[in-house]
Design a protein around this ligand. Sequence first.
Ligand code: TYM
Length: 334
Amino acid sequence: MIGDKKVLFSGMQATGNLTLGNYLGALKNWVSLCDEYECFYSVVDLHSITVRQDPSELRQRARKLLTLYIAAGLDPKKNCLYYQSHVSGHAELAWILNCFTYMGELNRMTQFKDKSAKHADNINAGLFTYPVLMAADILLYQADVVPVGKDQLQHLEITRDIAQRFNAIYGDVFTIPEPYLGKTGAKIMSLQDPDKKMSKSDENANASVYLMDDPDTVMRKFKRAVTDSEGCVRYCEEQPGIRNLIDIYGACTGKTPAEIEKEFDGKGYGDFKMAVGESVVAILKPLQERFAELEKDKGYLDGIIKENGEKAEYYALKTLRKVQKKVGFPERIR
Ligand code: TYM
């Protein structure tokens, strides 16, 4: 707890261009949570270097992501928006937690298996211990809830296991976090292969809608979206392409699947795809406009980065000092 509020932590990688999946599955849901929770949202740049990065590009992307957090509606006075690399406690706690995590647990992580297959020439130890750093992110702020998309649930599970193991030895040090899935958009799928999640790193440019795509590009991608030969807009397992489009349309308009089925009853896929594309353009446009304005205001952003980084550091240190004492590190002499 911070004051009378429960704590919330989440983060995004500054790798690649953010997709509609990142927005609908995570960012969009974050905006309304700051009244109820004390919120920390990190740009997790330490995680990004598990895959080789161009340094100046990573720096630029990190700043863009932080700007996008604000453009999406996260008020930096009410939400702590900061770079993970500015708070050294993340890495320090991750080291300690590494010593409380088993190789067997990490071996089971599906994201590790996927990423090692994709980057077979660089299966580094950081990629393997990635979930431990993620656990450190969350536990460092004593987070009660962690809003994520479905793909991150396995990492949340291991975080809870590590925290419980640590607490069983040293007493109640860490809050055990709960995942928080949004009502809509928790798993947005690829527009070209609806059995795969929409991903920043998809090689097929038509598979993902990026938050900075212009309206024509968005419409073109939806026109080309893979559907089926059923010819009716129905929310069911057998029509994964249509189901994904219904999820997207629902997340953008607030309509339920039943309402959407009714709206497009007797209409063809062409009309439906146009409507989905337009609903996406309608939410991306204000986001892009606000982003362009914010990007120009260097001083404003720098101020936020400094202030919020210091705030995050303050809370991170509180937990870190407690953990260091528990495991037996000598106290600092002042
Ligand atoms: P990342 O950067 O891959 O994704 C950021 C958030 O977007 C969600 N997401 C999706 N949701 C729905 N449909 C999709 N197609 C989709 N693709 C991505 C993700 O679930 C995530 O919530 N390891 C994390 C970042 C991280 C983190 C943390 C998250 C580091 N430390 C601590 C929470 C708490 C990641 O790579 O997310």
